[in-house]
Every structure is written in C-alpha cells, then in structure tokens.
Design a protein around this ligand. Sequence first.
Ligand code: NAD
Ligand code: UDP
Length: 313
Amino acid sequence: MKVLVTGGAGFLGSHLCDALIKDNQVICVDNFFTGKKENIKHLLGHPNFTLIEHDIIEPLFIDDMKLDQIYNLACPASPIHYQFNAIRTIKTNVLGSINVLGLAKRHNARILQASTSEVYGDPKEHPQKESYWGNVNSTGIRSCYDEGKRCAETLFFDYYRQHKVDIRVVRIFNTYGSRMAKDDGRVVSNFVTQAIENKDITIYGDGMQTRSFCYVSDMIDGFIRAMNKENFTGPVNLGNPNEFTMLELADSVIKLAGSKSKLVFKELPQDDPKCRKPDISLAKEKLGWQPKVELAEGLKKTIEYFRELKRPA
Ligand code: NAD
Ligand code: UDP
C-alpha cells in the first residue's frame, strides 16, 4: 500500500514509518518544527521511503500516485512546543486537518487522526471512557492544543458524515520512548535527562497529579490495528491504564538510572490535569489491543536511549 504519514519525522511518526516500511511505500510529510532528520536518517534512501518537506497548514497535492492510507500525526505534542506559537498550533489542527481530509477525499484513502486524551481536559470522570465529553477550558494556555484537537475530531466526523471519508480517530494517552526530544519539557524526557545528569528532578505542584504512561511500541501497534480494522471509526482510547503520580514516576526513574538526583518542587502550570487514566475496554474489544510493556521495562529502554545520545559518536 501507499501510506502517507504527516508528522513522520517526529517521535511517534518516525516509529510509525519504521513499522510501516517493511510492507508499504511510505511517504513522510513534515515541516521539521519539532521533528528531526536524525529520527528518519536511516530511512532516507530506502526504496520504499519518500520525504516531502511541507507544512500541512498549506494544501497538499499528491498527483503522481494513489494513496491508500493517511496517518495524520502532524502537530507539536509537548506543552512548551504547542504553546510556543499557539495560533500555529490551532492552524495545524484545524486548517491542517481540512487539508489532509481533502487529500483523503481526493484519493479515496482511509485516514487516521492522532487525537489525544487532552480532549477530556481536567477530567471529572475517572478513568476516562470514550463516551465522556470532557472538561476543557476554552481560553487557557492549553486550549490551542485541546480545543484544536477537539475541532479536528469534529472535522473528521463531519467529513465522514458529509463526504463518506473513511476515518479512524485514536485518542492517545501519554506515550514515551526513544526519539522523544530531549528538550520537549515532557515529564518522562525531563526526569530521565535530569536523572542521568544527576541534576534536580523538577516536580510541578505537589507531584500527586497522575498520568498513565504507554511505551511507544505498544502505541504504534495500536495505531496500525485501528487503521486496519474494518467498519470502526472510533474514537478509541489508546494508552496504558497503569496510573502513577509524578512522585512515583520520579522515584522509579531515579532508581532505574541509579541516580543521585534530588527532588525540587516548582509551580504547577495553569490547567494542568489532576489525573488521567484511559479506560481501554473498547480497544480490547474492537482491536484486540492492550499494552504489553510495563513502565519499568519501558523506562529502562528510554534511559538507555538518552544515555546513548550523550555518548560521543
Ligand atoms: P512530535 O512533536 O515529536 O511530532 C510531531 C511532528 O509533527 C513533528 O515531526 C513536527 O515537525 C511535525 N509537525 C508539526 N506541525 C506541523 C505542520 N504544520 N506541518 C507538518 N508537520 C508538522 O510529537 P509526537 O509525540 O510524535 O506526537 C505525534 C502526534 O501524536 C501529535 O499529533 C500529538 O498531538 C499526538 N499525541 C501524542 C502524545 C504523546 O504522548 N506523545 C499524546 C497525545 C497525542
Ligand atoms: N511535570 C513535572 N515535571 C516536569 C515536567 C512535567 O512534574 O519536569 C508534570 C506536569 O505538570 C504534568 C505531568 O508531569 O502534571 C505530565 O506532563 P507532560 O508535559 O509530560 O504531559 P501532559 O501534562 O500533557 O500530560
């Protein structure tokens, strides 16, 4: 098949390209805002791989082949990156979705949207099921991302209803692993880089807020299953239901890295959700999917990746 991946040079996108390239022709579209050539350098020159440097805010035309599938992952994902230029983040989610949905329509291609647990905001239902409509601030510093992703979901379902575009929507919960950007400010990359450098571990707030962390290989398996499942639009939650406080996460990272780091407490960012944990019953039932990699095992691999990055070539 001919499969296009927007955001293909990013953390999740580059792992997805790796998984797809064995059996498909992969077209990676990226504007390199947060993605890196380094993530895909092993794919450049592969006969099944094409790189198109393009911003999905602008319309995208592919006329020299017929696309079968599109994965829409293009969007900065970490709070510091999506808040860097909030208006661009909204444009990527709204105009970008319209552009890739138009491309899917023209090619009669199936299209999967990388949505997010952020559509639930600071949830009042716990764990979160797909039927929960969320508790989202529309005017805060996270809104460009949260409301952008919510609008993108609406666009996907309107193209499905109005134009019969064959959509899939997956709601991704916090995912971690190799190729996360060292400076993206997300909690796993922050704690791991701080721990291996024996620097203070920055806990925002009292560290009692919770998240549920999914290892990247499990997430990519979920994407591919959702894309290839017949007659199932979703939305479907993909994530690891094991829930940890940030204090527990810090403790695990320090132990696994054999670090001497101490904890320091910093101000909690505005609208930071107090808890997050996916109900994955639907993914289990419809996709036969559930995560396999435990937090300790995934963290060990992630620590090893960040240690390798520091070693001189
Ligand atoms: P990332 O920042 O590593 O990857 C995003 C990629 O999209 C980058 O390569 C970036 O350069 C590219 N991009 C951004 N704006 C673009 C634009 N306008 N045009 C073309 N390319 C553009 O982030 P990630 O963690 O790999 O996330 C991938 C997707 O998954 C995002 O849509 C994100 O919202 C979603 N997601 C990720 C997580 C997670 O925990 N990693 C959780 C929920 C949702
Ligand atoms: N966090 C933290 N220290 C850090 C980075 C993040 O305590 O150095 C907290 C953050 O406040 C949030 C959680 O970790 O409660 C997850 O943050 P991240 O930015 O990774 O993702 P999101 O908030 O989008 O789930």
